[in-house]
Design a protein around this ligand. Structure first.
Ligand code: IPE
Ligand code: IPE
Ligand code: MG
Length: 231
C-alpha cells in the first residue's frame, strides 16, 4: 500500500498559516499600517529561508483574501506594491533554495503586471522540491464553488471530484493550520482542506513570527493524536 499517511508518521507535511496582525503590530508602535505589512514580508522571507530545515513538503501562506479588497485603496495599493517588490527581490532566493512556488486563489484577476511576474516566477521555480503555496485573491468558498462547477461539468459531483478540482489538488493533505494575532476564525481560508487539520491559534502578531515558532508548532503537532473519526 503506497506511502503512509502523515498522521501515522507524526511529522507534518503541509502547514498553512493565516498571517494576521500586521496592522496591530504597526499601531502598537504608532507606525502606519504599511510598515506593519513591510515587516510582515520580512517575517515571510525568514520563514521561507528556513523551509528546508522544517522537513515540510509544503507551506501555504494566506497573503491576500478575496475580501481584503474592501480595505482602502491606499492599503490595497501598498499590499500590491509589496507583492511586486517581494517577487522581484526574492525570486533568486526561491530558486537557490529549491522552493517551488504555487499560487492559489483567483490570482489571474490581479493587475496584469503582477500576473506576468507570477507566471515568470512559477516557471522559474517549477523544478523546486519544497512547495511554497501563496494564497492571493483567495477565498475558500469561491474555490469550492469553482471546483464544484468543474465537477458538475464532468457529471461527477462527490467529495473526491470536488477535491480534485480545488486549487490545492496537487498539494499534500493539510496537517496543521496556524493563525497568528489571537483571532480565532478562519476568514474564508482552506475551509474544505481543514476538515481534519489540526489548528493552532497564537497571540503573536505576524511581523513577530519566527522560524523558531514554526518549529515549536511542529513539535506540538507531533504530540497530537489524530483520529480522523476512527479509534
Ligand atoms: C494581515 O494583517 C495582512 C493582510 C490581511 C493582508 P492585517 O492587515 O489583517 O493586520 P490587522 O489584523 O489589522 O492587525
Ligand atoms: C485574513 O486576515 C486574511 C489574511 C491574513 C491574508 P484578515 O485580517 O483579512 O481577516 P479578518 O478580517 O480579521 O477576518
Ligand atoms: Mg487582520
Amino acid at each position: 500500500m503506497g506511502e503512509k499517511p502523515s498522521h501515522e508518521i507524526g511529522r507534518a507535511r503541509h502547514v498553512a498559516i493565516i498571517m494576521d496582525g500586521n496592522g496591530r503590530w504597526a499601531k502598537r508602535r504608532g507606525l502606519p499600517r504599511s510598515i506593519g505589512h513591510q515587516r510582515g514580508v520580512e517575517a515571510v522571507r525568514e520563514l521561507v529561508r528556513s523551509l528546508a530545515n522544517t522537513g515540510l513538503d509544503c507551506l501555504t501562506l494566506y497573503a491576500f483574501s478575496s475580501e481584503n479588497w474592501k480595505r482602502s485603496d491606499d492599503e490595497v495599493g501598498d499590499l500590491m506594491n509589496l507583492m511586486r517588490k517581494f517577487i522581484k527581490s526574492d525570486l533568486p532566493e526561491f530558486i537557490a533554495n529549491d522552493v517551488r512556488l504555487k499560487i492559489i486563489g483567483d490570482w489571474q484577476a490581479l493587475a496584469p503586471d503582477i500576473v506576468e511576474m507570477l507566471e515568470d516566477a512559477l516557471d522559474k521555480t517549477s523544478n523546486g522540491s519544497r512547495v511554497l503555496a501563496v494564497a492571493l485573491n483567495y477565498g475558500s468558498q469561491q474555490e469550492i464553488a469553482r471546483a464544484a462547477a468543474k465537477a458538475a461539468a464532468i457529471g461527477e459531483v462527490n467529495e473526491r471530484s470536488i477535491a480534485a478540482h480545488l486549487d490545492t489538488a496537487d498539494l499534500p493533505p493539510l496537517d496543521l493550520l496556524i493563525r497568528t494575532s489571537g483571532e480565532i476564525r478562519l476568514s474564508n481560508f482552506l475551509l474544505w482542506q481543514s476538515a481534519y487539520a489540526e489548528m493552532l491559534f497564537i497571540d503573536t502578531l505576524w511581523p513577530d513570527f519566527t522560524p523558531q515558532m514554526l518549529s515549536h508548532a511542529l513539535d506540538d503537532f507531533a504530540q497530537r493524536e489524530r483520529r480522523f473519526g476512527g479509534r
